[in-house]
Design a protein around this ligand. Structure first.
Ligand SMILES: [Zn+2]
Length: 147
């Protein structure tokens, strides 16, 4: 990563934090989950609308610092339109790389990955409810192990 990109990424993060994508509530979502980072004050809820196994809509709401809001925007954009199985493959590097945050300090990693953790728990609750074929296996552990 060349340092020349730092300004662009910083601008993207400020932009997303002011005008977050997919921000808002959803009426009777098919899956939802909430979690927070007490240290920073980030508190994020993710709502999923499922059309069969496809995420036809995704929204997040709550409050967060600039990094948290930017990463939630990027993550929800990435997950929208994917199947549950595709969405569960979204990893932390996918979110971090999108905003040039690969070298984020450990203390801020929670800000960046909170929404990914929440998404994985929401997918888990959906799979655990509708599954029974072992699809949810490991997803909870994956979410818990993110940071
Ligand atoms: Zn934060």
């Amino acid at each position: 990563m060349s340092s020349g990109n730092a300004g662009i990424y910083h601008e993207m993060i400020v932009d997303y934090s002011r005008n977050p994508l997919n921000y808002g509530k959803m009426d009777s979502p098919d899956a939802t989950h909430h979690d927070s980072n007490p240290l920073c004050g980030d508190s994020i809820e993710v709502h999923l609308r499922l059309d069969g196994e496809r995420i036809s809509d995704i929204k997040f709401d709550g409050k967060g610092c600039a990094i948290c809001m930017a990463c939630s925007s990027v993550l929800t954009e990435a997950a929208k339109g994917k199947t549950v199985h595709e969405a569960r493959l979204i990893g932390k590097d996918d979110v971090l790389a999108e905003l040039g945050l690969e070298n984020l300090q450990a203390v801020r990693i929670k800000c960046a990955l909170l929404s990914l953790k929440v998404l994985k728990y929401a997918l888990y609750s959906h799979l655990a409810k509708c599954g029974g074929d072992g699809d949810a296996d490991g997803l909870k552990e994956e979410a818990a192990g993110l940071y």
